[in-house]
Write a protein that binds this ligand. Structure first.
Ligand SMILES: Nc1ncnc2c1ncn2[C@@H]1O[C@H](COP(=O)(O)OP(=O)(O)OP(=O)(O)O)[C@@H](O)[C@H]1O
Length: 228
């Protein structure tokens, strides 16, 4: 099996038409391998969220192919896409979206129970992830009892709970101060190394982007390698 977990080939996505036409992606190509962290930096409105939604099978491109762990997705129906997404993709948002009435541990355990894992194994996995992310001592805290950086690390643990082969993150440190952003980004990077997942992370923060294995930009609808 190829170790390319995420592949975009000639992906094309426009919005609107005529005078309102916005060409976000035009023949965009990208490959991300297991254990590799790729940062996307681009100005606001360039299409980072669109790229992540398409990579995460949340949105369909109008052309081209998105391969997830070697599986082409363009001909899959909605159910096929949903199952593939559930089994292979973890998503981290700018705002954590944790369930407020549940503890950190429960928030990370729950997606595993939904996927059919038994309670003891799910809890063990959740504790292991909280430990990798440096927040095991906060396992019994509810989101409101956690700092912003801790909440975001719980959200990362939750995204990783079902062993996704691909982790997609849209400005995961966007609402954190610089020191906390460093901690959260480093925790995410070490998790990705440890789990061998492929990661695509949108960030405005150039300093953090430089810690990725590669940096890409969105320019004129293409995904291009850049150095910052
Ligand atoms: N549903 C839609 N209908 C029309 N235009 C859209 C739609 N979704 C996004 N766009 C346009 O596509 C472009 C890319 O949007 P996208 O949200 O992907 O950008 P972004 O790089 O993530 O921006 P930001 O950093 O501000 O979140 C924008 O110009 C946006 O206005």
């Amino acid at each position: 099996m190829s170790d390319v977990h995420l592949k975009l080939a000639k992906v094309h996505r426009h919005y609107g038409q005529g005078e309102t036409l916005v060409r976000v992606l035009e023949a965009a190509d990208l490959e991300v391998k297991g254990g590799e962290l790729v940062a996307i930096v681009a100005p606001s409105g360039a299409g980072k969220s669109t790229l992540l939604h398409i990579s995460g099978l949340l949105e369909r491109p109008q052309g081209g192919e998105v391969e997830i762990t070697g599986v082409p997705t363009s001909k899959l129906n909605e159910r096929g896409r949903t199952l593939l997404r559930r089994d292979t993709i973890g998503y981290v948002y700018q705002f954590h979206h944790l369930l407020p009435e549940f503890s950190a541990l429960e928030n990370v355990t729950m997606p595993q129970l939904i996927a059919g894992r038994d309670g003891a194994a799910a809890e063990k996995r959740a504790m292991q992830l909280l430990d990798i992310l440096g927040i095991a001592p906060r396992a019994q805290h509810r989101p409101a009892e956690l700092s912003g950086g801790e909440q975001q690390r719980v959200a990362i643990a939750r995204a990783a709970a079902n062993h996704p082969r691909i982790i997609l993150a849209d400005e995961p440190t966007g609402n954190l101060d610089p020191a906390t952003s460093d901690v959260v980004f480093d925790a995410l990077a070490s998790l990705i190394r440890e789990e061998g997942a492929a990661a695509l992370i949108a960030t405005h923060n150039h300093e953090l982007a430089r810690r990725a294995n590669r940096i890409v930009a969105l320019r004129g609808g293409l995904i291009e390698p850049i150095t910052l």
